[in-house]
Write a protein that binds this ligand. Structure first.
Ligand code: CO
Ligand code: ZN
Length: 325
């Protein structure tokens, strides 16, 4: 799991530019899936089992990032966000582009830091002129945080744990699945961070009878955090509601009983904002009973997200239990 997580989180894949992470995931799926295909939008759909209801498991492989909007004569880049990024998390950070170019975030002179917005910031890739910058970077190029994945005991600190943690859980479930009672579709979606777009089209294509999205969820266990009954290391969180979905009782209850049967500790997640792939999936075609299994994560959408390995192992156990019955 540790090696897998490092490989996945350090791979490049902002929304809409998922080529590298897609390759990484497909390599991992190959030995275990009955079939693997990539749909027209770029979602990976791996199948295991050929009888029973159609179960869709979704985890998004894209990550938040930035997109270059302008290059000035001095070689400084202006940029916009891809997905939810606070400018405050960018100060002092580095970005990396698909071609390996690394840049540093800088900001204009500011009297009041409260005024900080992304359009007051720029990227410095060390170019001495616009011409030199344009040889490395073009308008529309995307970058992601440039950060190493740190593993210290049970604690993982990395960029893109949202949602490579979910991707890792799906891969580990596929690896250990022996007798699925569903036709199980492992879907690694694109463009979640810009509005659940890959989930929308892939769920139409898969046409599932039921679905579960595996993604991260914020916690309420840090100093003066907003009240939320999810903590790191207390087991995966079974989603009750977020802003995109009210979990279908059938799925929520089935996850709870799988956890009880397997003696897997779990938490219940009520997230007052945000959404995940199940938000798009449950509204596909004539509706799909859907729910979510979440990995408790601190500092979501920063370059240093944090998860606990125990929660990940338990999520794999719970989900495999759900599928094998
Ligand atoms: Co996210
Ligand atoms: Zn996510």
């Amino acid at each position: 799991m540790k090696k897998l997580l490092k490989e996945l989180t350090e791979s490049f894949g902002p929304s809409g530019s998922e080529d590298k992470i897609r390759e990484t995931i497909i390599e991992r799926l190959k030995p275990f899936a009955d079939s693997i295909k990539v749909d027209k939008m770029g979602n990976i759909i791996a199948q295991k089992g050929t009888s029973g209801e159609r179960l869709m498991l979704a985890a998004h492989m894209d990550e938040i990032g930035i997109i270059v909007t302008n290059i000035d004569d001095k070689g400084f880049l202006r940029f916009s966000n891809v997905g939810g990024i606070s400018p405050f998390t960018l100060i002092g950070e580095r970005v990396i582009f698909a071609n390996g170019t690394v840049g540093v975030f800088g900001l204009e002179k500011m009297d009041d830091m409260k005024e900080l917005k992304i359009n007051k910031m720029f990227l410095d890739i060390g170019a001495k002129s616009g011409e030199e910058a344009k040889q490395k970077i073009k308008i529309g190029d995307m970058g992601t945080f440039y950060r190493e994945c740190i593993i210290s005991g049970d604690c993982i600190i990395s960029k893109a744990l949202d949602d490579r943690a979910g991707c890792a859980v799906l891969i580990k479930v596929l690896e250990q699945l022996k007798k699925p009672r569903y036709q199980t579709f492992f879907v690694f979606t694109v463009q979640e961070e810009v509005g659940l777009r890959g989930a929308k089209t892939s769920s139409f294509g898969v046409d599932p009878d039921l679905a579960i999205a595996v993604d991260v969820t914020p916690t309420g266990d840090t100093p003066e955090a907003s009240k939320m009954a999810v903590e790191l290391g207390k087991g995966p969180a079974i989603k009750v509601k977020d802003n995109s979905i009210i979990s279908h009782p059938r799925i929520k209850d089935a996850l709870i009983s799988a956890a009880t049967q397997k003696k897997v500790p779990y938490q219940l997640e009520v997230l007052e904002y945000g959404g995940t792939d199940s938000g798009a999936i449950h509204l596909s075609r004539s509706g799909v009973p859907s729910g979510g299994l979440s990995i408790p994560t601190r500092y979501v959408h920063t370059p240093s997200e944090m998860v606990n390995l125990k929660d990940m192992y338990l999520a794999v156990e719970l989900l495999a239990g759900f599928i094998e019955g």
